[in-house]
Structures are given as C-alpha cells and as structure tokens.
Ligand binder design. Structure first.
Ligand code: SUG
Length: 444
C-alpha cells in the first residue's frame, strides 16, 4: 500500500482532572468535582494505542502539554516564585487555576486540521493547530501543540505548519473533530469535509440556542484556503443546531468517516440530503452513507454512548472496524443497533471495544483521542520515529506513567506545589523518550 492513515493519539497528562470546564459538553459538567485517576487515564489511552498498533495500524503518540500552565498564570497577573503563583491563583481564582491545569490536550482530534499531500496544491501535508477559542482552558493549547507537531513532523520537504487562525470567536476552530477526509485510497486526492456550528459574519442562518457553536464557517474556509485545497474537492456543511443544544459539541460526536464511508446520525447536519449529494458528487459517485435513524438511536443515546465518537478504521486485511468505548455495550439500544449493523453487512465488518472511562467522563471518546494523518510511504519515513508506537515504546511509556502519575487527583490537589514538580519532571523525561526537544515553556 503506498499510503496509510496513521493515528496520533494524545498521551494523557499527569494533571488529568474533572473541573467542569466545557459548557455544552454534558459529560464534563456531570463529572465536575469527582476525583480522577491520571494514572488509569494514561494507561487506558496507551492500551488503545498499543492494541491498534498490534493489529497492524500505524500508531503514533503526541506528547501532552505543560500543566499547571504557570506561564499563562503569569500573563494573568500572578507573580513571584512558581509556588507563589500557584498559591495565589488557588486562593484568588481557583477556576482559572483549574483551567490552567486541564489535561485537555489529550484529545488530539482537536489539536489541528491535517490535509494529506494528495489534496494540497504543493503536494505537502499541511497542519493548522486549532485555536480552540471557545474554551479558555483549550485556547492556551495551540502554541505548544504547534511545537509538538513540528517536532513530530519536522521535515519541511514534506510537512507545512501554519499558525493557528486568529484567536477570536469569528474564527473559532476545533480542528479535526469537525473535519473528515473521504477518499477511495489514501494516496488519491480526496474530498475534505468541514463541519461548522455557525456563521460569524452572517446572521441569516440558524444557531444553537442553549449551548455554544464552537466552530465557524469562516474558520473552515480559512483552513481550506491555507491548505491549498481545490474548491471542487471541499464540502462545508453546517451542523444541526438542535443537536448542539443536546450536547453534540463537535461533529465527531454524531458522525465518523473513513475512506468513502460516512457513518452518521440522521439528525447530524442541516439539509442533510444536500450534504450527502454534494459529497457523492465530489467523490465521483462513490460515497457510501450509513445513516442511523433516531428510532434506533436517539441523540441522547448517541451523546451518552459515544457511538459516533468511534474510530472507523480499515485494517490491513481491508476490513472496516469500529473502535468503540465500553459505554456502547452498556446501552441496550446502541448495542442492539450494532448487532443489526454487523448482521446487515452494510460496510462495517467488526467492532472492538475499549475501556476509556477516564477520558469519557470528560466527553472524550476513542475518536477524540486521535489525530488522523494520511501519509505516503516517504512521508511516513520522515516522521520522528521515536513517536511511533512499538513494543519498546509501549513498555517505556507504561513504566513512565507508573513512576510519575498519581492514582488519584481532586480539584484541591491542583494547587499542590509537588504536582507541579512531578509534572515537570515527568514531561522533561518524556521529551527525551520521544526526542521532541524542548517544547515546553519550563524548558526554555
Ligand atoms: O473540549 N473536554 C473536551 C473534550 C473534547 C472531545 N473532543 C472531541 N469531541 N473531538 C472539550 O470539551 C473537559 C475538561 C474539564 O471539564 O475538566 C474538556 O475539555
């Protein structure tokens, strides 16, 4: 095969916790103030990465961010030693401190939008980190994300790195969580599908009423321009505002695609049939849609089970497999639907279930945890080899987690100065394991 779709999963950072930071993400609100287990979270993520690598998928790892983010706290006026900054933030602005401690960079589907070289005019792979401007705790990710991506995809003969879009709601960009690439084979030019929640410069269109639409139409257009995509190979669709109001804060909570298959809920998009038609036209009549009706799976079931936040992967033997969270098995209606889906042989051949409870409790399923990068063989050869999953790296990272991560973390622990020391020690060692250089502010 001359090109593959690699998955780069975010390694969960040592401060993983539940602070209820994401208004509109029902799991985040529900888990607020419950204790987390950073160790379990990281090991659950690593187990998924290893399992995908073991079945022959190309799997990479993206490092987490430096948290607590002392540099941001200093920008917000906290001064003195790092310990004083932490103590003052905990006392005066505990919610700001929590935001500066979030391990949310683990959800690398939000790290960036990636366009493979077969789609871009200059024949290079393009990356634009997402500005994630709708949530403060996520808006502070993109600079370091950009550095981590550059350290992972360093060769400028193959890879182009753009800065994030302007940090303003008009260009709210949530990255690959709202972007899917359809194609026949990974090395052929594909159709890039961008999904947004609202128009920033046009008030004629509907918007959600209760929860925010994080991603704008204007951001989709800007990324398509930056990535030098051809207009007749781009489809931009609006998410159904009613489902955003029911907790579908990203398109990957209601739809997933791979190659020429789109697996989605019947209420995912505005003007859904027109969206299907445009995709099919632009993919030369080759699109295959698997649409799930509300009568089988309600929006509430989709949001609680994360059926659509699955990874739809093509195995080396050609089988299409859904990588699902355990919550799908625990929901009788979703489980019955999956049974029927496999029996009907509609294009999905198998399912695999993973325990990702720690991430799920913050609204992050299998698909949130990974950034897809379709790579031709010479591009794959140019990726930093130390970030690629292997038996050795898996063992090394599990030992690293066991050694540095806490079993339990509560919101009150975020102010503990030893957590800062533990995190920095762990991350410093990680940059050496992954050979990504000094990407963190504390290393500079
Ligand atoms: O941005 N949760 C993340 C979940 C991101 C899921 N990603 C995709 N769907 N691709 C978010 O809402 C919760 C953090 C907290 O509340 O502590 C959080 O940021």
């Amino acid at each position: 095969m001359s090109a593959v779709e690699a998955n780069f999963d975010g390694l969960v950072g040592p401060t993983h916790n539940y602070s209820g930071l994401s208004f509109g993400n029902v799991a985040s609100a529900r888990s607020q103030a419950t204790p987390s287990s950073p160790k379990q979270a990281a090991l659950q993520g690593l187990a998924k990465m290893k399992a995908l690598s073991d079945i022959g998928m190309v799997q990479g790892v993206l490092a987490p961010q430096e948290r607590p983010d002392i540099a941001t706290l200093r920008r917000l006026g906290f001064t003195g030693s790092d310990q004083s900054v932490l103590a003052a933030a905990a006392k005066q602005a505990p919610k700001v401190l929590a935001a500066c401690c979030s391990a949310s960079s683990m959800w690398t589907a939000n790290a960036a939008t990636v366009s493979p070289s077969a789609d871009t005019k200059d024949g290079k792979v393009h990356f634009t980190p997402a500005n994630l401007i709708n949530k403060f705790h996520r808006s502070i990710e993109h600079e370091v994300t950009g550095r981590i991506l550059k350290a992972t995809f360093a060769d400028d003969n193959h890879f182009v790195h753009h800065p994030a879009l302007p940090s303003i709601e008009h260009f709210g960009d949530e990255g690959a969580a709202n972007h899917t690439r359809f194609c026949l084979t990974y090395d052929q030019q594909g159709v890039e599908f961008f999904v947004f929640g609202r128009y920033a410069f046009d008030s004629r269109y509907p918007e959600p009423k209760k929860f925010p639409a994080r991603h704008t139409f204007e951001a989709c257009e800007a990324v398509a321009r930056l990535h030098q995509l051809e207009n007749d190979k781009v489809v931009i669709a609006q998410q159904n505002p009613d489902v955003i109001d029911q907790g579908v804060f990203h398109n990957d909570v209601i739809a997933v695609g791979n190659r020429n298959v789109l697996f989605c809920h019947e209420q995912a998009f505005l003007n859904q049939q027109a969206v299907y038609d445009e995709l099919d036209l632009k993919l030369s009549g080759e699109m295959r849609i698997i649409e799930v009706p509300t009568k089988s799976v309600s929006i509430e079931d989709a949001v609680t089970s994360y059926l659509f936040n699955s990874q739809l992967i093509t195995m080396p033997n050609g089988d299409n497999v859904l990588i699902l969270p355990e919550e799908c098995r625990n929901n009788p209606r979703v489980w019955a639907y999956l049974d029927q889906l496999l029996a009907n042989k509609q294009g999905i051949d198998d399912i695999k279930i993973f325990d990702l409870k720690q991430s799920m409790a913050n609204g992050g399923g299998p698909a949130c945890l990974r950034l897809r990068v379709a790579l031709k063989q010479d591009e794959l050869a140019a990726v930093n080899p130390n970030t690629m999953m292997s038996d050795v790296l898996y063992k090394q990272l599990c030992q690293w987690v066991e050694h540095h991560y806490r079993d339990q973390l509560a919101e009150a622990d975020l102010a503990d100065p030893s957590l800062l020391v533990e995190s920095r020690t762990a991350l410093d060692e990680l940059t050496q394991i992954l050979h990504i250089g000094s990407v963190y502010p504390f290393q500079r």
